[in-house]
Design a protein around this ligand. Structure first.
Ligand code: UDP
Ligand code: MG
Length: 137
């Protein structure tokens, strides 16, 4: 199974890319694709299209396009739930101790990392950023 992850602008800006990539690998997940990007507002809006009616959408798009991000495809058994568990709950204040969002998240919005919520979502999100040639499993 594969999942899609983003190291979000707040974490990249604080030089946490290496620590977060290490946490992915230390958990046993494998990095099978990796890319650093600075999203436009349009690109961020397309990625988060499912949330376009939500009150936090505009602020989320501003934040996600505010600086570089690092996009990652992770592979391993049960990769989707395993990466969600490592990240912790959306709100860093409610995330379990030891999770990445608890350790590195600054707010409900600036919560350091993204992870797909299901295998079908992972397929859409991966294809949004990576061509088949860029995924080396
Ligand atoms: N978010 C926000 N306010 C909210 C809920 C979510 O700013 O009330 C942001 C936050 O960055 C979150 C992203 O929108 O990671 C996507 O929200 P989702 O509910 O999909 O949470 P996730 O799947 O990232 O845990
Ligand atoms: Mg989500």
């Amino acid at each position: 199974m594969q999942t899609f992850a983003i190291i979000k602008p707040d974490a990249v800006a604080r030089n946490l890319t290496g620590e977060i990539l290490a946490a992915m690998e230390n958990s046993g997940l494998r990095i099978v694709a990796l890319k650093r990007l600075h999203l436009s507002r349009e690109q961020a809006a397309g990625f988060y299209a499912v949330h376009r009616e939500r009150p936090f959408f505009d602020s989320l798009i501003t934040y996600m396009s505010s600086g570089p991000v690092v996009c990652v495809v992770l592979a391993g058994e049960n990769a989707v739930p395993r990466w969600r568990e490592l990240m912790g709950a959306t709100d860093p204040a409610r995330a379990e101790p030891g999770t990445l969002r608890r350790k590195y998240g600054q707010s409900l919005e600036a919560n350091a990392v993204h992870g797909s919520d299901a295998a079908e979502t992972a397929a859409f999100e991966t294809a949004y950023f990576f061509s088949a040639l860029e995924i080396v499993d």
